[in-house]
Write a protein of this length. Structure first.
Length: 282
Protein backbone atom coordinates (compact mmCIF):
# COMPACT_ATOMS: atom_id res chain seq x y z
CA UNK A 1 0.00 0.00 0.00
CA UNK A 2 1.09 3.57 -0.63
CA UNK A 3 2.02 5.76 2.33
CA UNK A 4 -1.03 6.37 4.47
CA UNK A 5 -2.61 9.79 4.25
CA UNK A 6 -3.65 11.50 7.48
CA UNK A 7 -7.17 10.67 8.55
CA UNK A 8 -9.48 13.53 9.51
CA UNK A 9 -12.90 13.85 11.11
CA UNK A 10 -15.65 15.09 8.80
CA UNK A 11 -18.98 13.50 9.67
CA UNK A 12 -21.01 12.64 12.75
CA UNK A 13 -24.08 10.63 11.68
CA UNK A 14 -24.12 6.83 11.41
CA UNK A 15 -23.57 4.80 9.36
CA UNK A 16 -21.62 7.42 7.39
CA UNK A 17 -21.07 8.27 3.76
CA UNK A 18 -17.90 7.25 1.99
CA UNK A 19 -17.73 10.07 -0.54
CA UNK A 20 -17.37 12.57 2.32
CA UNK A 21 -14.34 10.86 3.85
CA UNK A 22 -10.85 12.37 3.76
CA UNK A 23 -9.07 10.47 2.41
CA UNK A 24 -11.62 8.20 0.74
CA UNK A 25 -11.07 4.50 1.41
CA UNK A 26 -9.36 2.40 -1.25
CA UNK A 27 -11.87 -0.27 -2.27
CA UNK A 28 -9.89 -2.19 -4.88
CA UNK A 29 -6.32 -1.93 -6.13
CA UNK A 30 -5.83 -0.84 -9.71
CA UNK A 31 -3.53 -3.82 -10.25
CA UNK A 32 -5.96 -6.44 -8.94
CA UNK A 33 -6.56 -8.84 -11.82
CA UNK A 34 -9.40 -11.33 -11.64
CA UNK A 35 -9.11 -14.86 -13.01
CA UNK A 36 -12.75 -15.88 -13.30
CA UNK A 37 -12.91 -17.57 -9.91
CA UNK A 38 -16.56 -16.54 -9.47
CA UNK A 39 -17.68 -16.42 -13.10
CA UNK A 40 -21.48 -16.06 -13.37
CA UNK A 41 -22.03 -16.55 -9.64
CA UNK A 42 -24.49 -14.22 -7.90
CA UNK A 43 -23.55 -12.55 -4.61
CA UNK A 44 -25.77 -10.67 -2.18
CA UNK A 45 -23.81 -8.26 0.04
CA UNK A 46 -25.29 -6.28 2.91
CA UNK A 47 -23.67 -2.97 3.75
CA UNK A 48 -22.41 -3.08 0.18
CA UNK A 49 -22.45 0.65 -0.46
CA UNK A 50 -19.08 1.36 1.14
CA UNK A 51 -16.11 0.07 3.08
CA UNK A 52 -15.56 -3.65 3.45
CA UNK A 53 -18.88 -4.62 1.86
CA UNK A 54 -18.21 -2.50 -1.21
CA UNK A 55 -14.70 -3.89 -1.50
CA UNK A 56 -15.98 -7.47 -1.35
CA UNK A 57 -18.58 -6.65 -4.02
CA UNK A 58 -16.02 -5.07 -6.35
CA UNK A 59 -13.62 -7.99 -5.99
CA UNK A 60 -16.46 -10.45 -6.63
CA UNK A 61 -17.30 -8.55 -9.83
CA UNK A 62 -13.66 -8.52 -10.92
CA UNK A 63 -13.79 -12.31 -10.56
CA UNK A 64 -16.88 -12.56 -12.77
CA UNK A 65 -19.81 -12.42 -10.33
CA UNK A 66 -23.00 -10.40 -10.57
CA UNK A 67 -23.83 -8.57 -7.36
CA UNK A 68 -26.85 -7.43 -5.35
CA UNK A 69 -25.94 -4.64 -2.93
CA UNK A 70 -28.13 -3.85 0.07
CA UNK A 71 -27.71 -0.54 1.89
CA UNK A 72 -29.56 1.64 4.39
CA UNK A 73 -29.52 5.29 3.22
CA UNK A 74 -26.27 5.96 1.37
CA UNK A 75 -27.59 6.06 -2.20
CA UNK A 76 -24.75 8.12 -3.67
CA UNK A 77 -22.16 5.62 -2.44
CA UNK A 78 -24.27 2.65 -3.59
CA UNK A 79 -24.70 4.09 -7.09
CA UNK A 80 -20.95 4.67 -7.30
CA UNK A 81 -20.21 1.01 -6.50
CA UNK A 82 -22.92 -0.13 -8.92
CA UNK A 83 -21.35 1.96 -11.70
CA UNK A 84 -17.91 0.52 -11.01
CA UNK A 85 -19.26 -3.03 -11.16
CA UNK A 86 -21.09 -2.37 -14.42
CA UNK A 87 -17.93 -0.83 -15.85
CA UNK A 88 -16.31 -4.22 -15.24
CA UNK A 89 -18.94 -5.77 -17.49
CA UNK A 90 -20.94 -7.37 -14.68
CA UNK A 91 -24.51 -6.74 -13.51
CA UNK A 92 -25.40 -5.03 -10.25
CA UNK A 93 -28.67 -4.37 -8.43
CA UNK A 94 -28.87 -1.99 -5.48
CA UNK A 95 -31.59 -2.28 -2.82
CA UNK A 96 -32.30 0.36 -0.18
CA UNK A 97 -33.72 -1.47 2.84
CA UNK A 98 -33.53 -1.53 6.63
CA UNK A 99 -32.53 -5.09 7.42
CA UNK A 100 -33.64 -4.95 11.02
CA UNK A 101 -37.07 -5.83 9.58
CA UNK A 102 -37.27 -9.52 8.60
CA UNK A 103 -39.67 -8.72 5.74
CA UNK A 104 -36.98 -6.55 4.15
CA UNK A 105 -34.49 -9.41 4.29
CA UNK A 106 -36.98 -11.66 2.55
CA UNK A 107 -37.54 -8.93 -0.05
CA UNK A 108 -33.81 -8.70 -0.80
CA UNK A 109 -33.46 -12.44 -1.36
CA UNK A 110 -36.61 -12.61 -3.48
CA UNK A 111 -35.43 -9.67 -5.61
CA UNK A 112 -32.12 -11.43 -6.17
CA UNK A 113 -33.86 -14.62 -7.30
CA UNK A 114 -36.33 -12.77 -9.52
CA UNK A 115 -33.60 -10.80 -11.29
CA UNK A 116 -30.84 -13.41 -11.51
CA UNK A 117 -32.50 -16.77 -10.95
CA UNK A 118 -29.90 -17.87 -8.42
CA UNK A 119 -28.00 -16.93 -5.27
CA UNK A 120 -24.59 -18.42 -4.57
CA UNK A 121 -22.77 -16.12 -2.14
CA UNK A 122 -24.35 -14.47 0.90
CA UNK A 123 -22.27 -11.83 2.68
CA UNK A 124 -23.69 -10.66 6.01
CA UNK A 125 -21.77 -7.49 6.70
CA UNK A 126 -23.85 -4.43 7.71
CA UNK A 127 -23.24 -3.09 11.22
CA UNK A 128 -23.35 -0.08 13.54
CA UNK A 129 -21.39 0.87 16.64
CA UNK A 130 -21.93 3.43 19.40
CA UNK A 131 -18.86 3.98 21.59
CA UNK A 132 -19.50 4.47 25.31
CA UNK A 133 -16.98 4.89 28.12
CA UNK A 134 -19.11 3.01 30.65
CA UNK A 135 -21.51 0.08 30.58
CA UNK A 136 -23.85 2.34 32.54
CA UNK A 137 -24.13 4.60 29.49
CA UNK A 138 -25.49 1.82 27.25
CA UNK A 139 -29.23 2.27 27.56
CA UNK A 140 -31.91 -0.14 26.40
CA UNK A 141 -32.47 1.78 23.17
CA UNK A 142 -28.82 1.56 22.14
CA UNK A 143 -28.55 -2.09 23.15
CA UNK A 144 -31.55 -3.03 21.02
CA UNK A 145 -30.33 -0.96 18.08
CA UNK A 146 -26.90 -2.61 18.12
CA UNK A 147 -28.23 -6.16 18.35
CA UNK A 148 -31.10 -5.60 15.91
CA UNK A 149 -28.67 -4.24 13.32
CA UNK A 150 -25.58 -6.38 13.85
CA UNK A 151 -26.87 -9.90 14.43
CA UNK A 152 -30.62 -10.26 13.86
CA UNK A 153 -30.35 -9.72 10.07
CA UNK A 154 -27.74 -12.50 9.88
CA UNK A 155 -30.50 -14.87 10.96
CA UNK A 156 -33.24 -13.27 8.85
CA UNK A 157 -31.26 -13.04 5.61
CA UNK A 158 -29.60 -16.43 5.91
CA UNK A 159 -32.91 -18.15 6.65
CA UNK A 160 -34.41 -16.57 3.54
CA UNK A 161 -31.40 -17.53 1.42
CA UNK A 162 -31.21 -21.18 2.48
CA UNK A 163 -34.15 -22.09 0.28
CA UNK A 164 -32.04 -21.26 -2.78
CA UNK A 165 -28.49 -22.21 -1.81
CA UNK A 166 -27.14 -25.42 -3.32
CA UNK A 167 -24.01 -27.53 -2.74
CA UNK A 168 -20.92 -25.41 -3.38
CA UNK A 169 -22.57 -22.16 -2.33
CA UNK A 170 -21.21 -20.13 0.57
CA UNK A 171 -22.14 -17.81 3.42
CA UNK A 172 -19.56 -15.29 4.65
CA UNK A 173 -20.09 -13.37 7.89
CA UNK A 174 -18.23 -10.24 8.98
CA UNK A 175 -17.24 -10.26 12.64
CA UNK A 176 -14.46 -8.17 14.22
CA UNK A 177 -11.23 -8.37 16.16
CA UNK A 178 -13.30 -7.09 19.10
CA UNK A 179 -15.09 -10.45 19.23
CA UNK A 180 -11.79 -12.04 20.28
CA UNK A 181 -10.11 -9.45 22.48
CA UNK A 182 -13.09 -7.35 23.56
CA UNK A 183 -13.37 -3.56 23.52
CA UNK A 184 -13.83 -1.41 26.61
CA UNK A 185 -15.53 1.32 24.56
CA UNK A 186 -17.66 -0.96 22.36
CA UNK A 187 -19.08 -3.54 24.75
CA UNK A 188 -22.41 -4.02 22.98
CA UNK A 189 -20.80 -3.98 19.52
CA UNK A 190 -18.15 -6.52 20.55
CA UNK A 191 -20.88 -8.70 22.04
CA UNK A 192 -22.74 -8.83 18.72
CA UNK A 193 -19.51 -9.65 16.92
CA UNK A 194 -18.92 -12.51 19.33
CA UNK A 195 -22.43 -13.73 18.58
CA UNK A 196 -21.54 -13.71 14.88
CA UNK A 197 -18.57 -16.00 15.56
CA UNK A 198 -20.80 -18.49 17.37
CA UNK A 199 -23.49 -18.19 14.71
CA UNK A 200 -20.93 -18.97 12.02
CA UNK A 201 -19.44 -21.96 13.79
CA UNK A 202 -22.84 -23.43 14.65
CA UNK A 203 -24.35 -22.91 11.21
CA UNK A 204 -21.27 -24.31 9.48
CA UNK A 205 -21.73 -27.61 11.31
CA UNK A 206 -25.42 -27.74 10.47
CA UNK A 207 -24.89 -27.02 6.77
CA UNK A 208 -21.76 -29.11 6.20
CA UNK A 209 -23.79 -32.20 5.15
CA UNK A 210 -25.47 -30.02 2.51
CA UNK A 211 -22.04 -28.95 1.22
CA UNK A 212 -22.77 -25.29 1.93
CA UNK A 213 -19.76 -23.66 3.58
CA UNK A 214 -19.99 -20.93 6.25
CA UNK A 215 -16.93 -18.87 7.14
CA UNK A 216 -16.12 -15.35 8.24
CA UNK A 217 -13.72 -12.43 8.38
CA UNK A 218 -12.72 -10.70 11.63
CA UNK A 219 -11.18 -7.37 10.53
CA UNK A 220 -9.11 -5.13 12.73
CA UNK A 221 -9.05 -1.34 12.24
CA UNK A 222 -10.13 -0.72 8.65
CA UNK A 223 -10.75 2.79 7.27
CA UNK A 224 -14.49 2.77 6.52
CA UNK A 225 -17.36 5.26 7.02
CA UNK A 226 -18.21 3.61 10.33
CA UNK A 227 -15.01 5.02 11.85
CA UNK A 228 -15.31 8.80 11.34
CA UNK A 229 -19.03 8.58 12.02
CA UNK A 230 -18.39 6.86 15.38
CA UNK A 231 -15.35 8.54 16.91
CA UNK A 232 -14.50 12.18 17.66
CA UNK A 233 -10.79 11.79 16.88
CA UNK A 234 -9.52 9.46 14.16
CA UNK A 235 -6.05 10.92 13.63
CA UNK A 236 -4.39 7.95 15.39
CA UNK A 237 -6.79 5.30 14.10
CA UNK A 238 -5.02 1.96 13.65
CA UNK A 239 -1.61 3.17 14.81
CA UNK A 240 -1.62 0.85 17.82
CA UNK A 241 -1.43 -2.26 15.60
CA UNK A 242 1.92 -4.03 15.10
CA UNK A 243 1.95 -2.71 11.51
CA UNK A 244 1.40 0.80 12.85
CA UNK A 245 -1.45 1.78 10.58
CA UNK A 246 -5.09 1.17 9.72
CA UNK A 247 -5.99 -1.13 6.87
CA UNK A 248 -7.81 -0.23 3.68
CA UNK A 249 -10.92 -2.11 2.48
CA UNK A 250 -8.93 -3.33 -0.54
CA UNK A 251 -6.75 -5.28 1.89
CA UNK A 252 -9.81 -7.18 3.12
CA UNK A 253 -11.87 -7.64 -0.07
CA UNK A 254 -9.66 -10.39 -1.59
CA UNK A 255 -10.23 -12.54 1.51
CA UNK A 256 -13.93 -12.60 0.66
CA UNK A 257 -13.03 -13.86 -2.81
CA UNK A 258 -10.95 -16.61 -1.23
CA UNK A 259 -13.82 -17.72 1.02
CA UNK A 260 -16.35 -17.48 -1.82
CA UNK A 261 -14.30 -19.53 -4.28
CA UNK A 262 -13.10 -23.10 -4.55
CA UNK A 263 -9.73 -21.95 -3.19
CA UNK A 264 -11.21 -22.43 0.30
CA UNK A 265 -13.13 -25.63 -0.49
CA UNK A 266 -11.80 -27.41 2.63
CA UNK A 267 -12.70 -24.59 5.02
CA UNK A 268 -15.89 -24.11 6.99
CA UNK A 269 -16.61 -22.65 10.41
CA UNK A 270 -13.40 -20.62 10.27
CA UNK A 271 -12.44 -16.95 10.58
CA UNK A 272 -9.70 -15.04 8.82
CA UNK A 273 -8.01 -12.36 10.92
CA UNK A 274 -7.03 -9.31 8.88
CA UNK A 275 -5.97 -6.96 11.62
CA UNK A 276 -2.53 -5.47 11.06
CA UNK A 277 -0.65 -8.15 12.97
CA UNK A 278 -2.51 -8.44 16.27
CA UNK A 279 -2.19 -12.02 17.54
CA UNK A 280 -5.64 -13.46 18.24
CA UNK A 281 -6.30 -16.83 19.85
CA UNK A 282 -9.48 -18.50 18.64
Amino acid sequence: MEKEKEFSQQQQSLPGEQYKMKPEPVLIRDNYRGSGKLMDKVALVTGGDSGIGASAALHFAREGANVVLVYLNETKDAVSVKNQIENMGRKCTIIKRDLTEEANCLFCVQTCIEEYGQLNIVVNNAAVQFPQDSLLDIDKEQLLKTFETNIYPYFYLTKAALEYLIPGDVIINTSSVTAYRGSEHLIDYASTKGAIVSFTRSLSTQLAPKKIRVNGIAPGPIWTPLIPSSFDDVSDFGKDTPMGRAGQPCEVGPAYVFLASEDSSYMTGQFMHINGGEIING
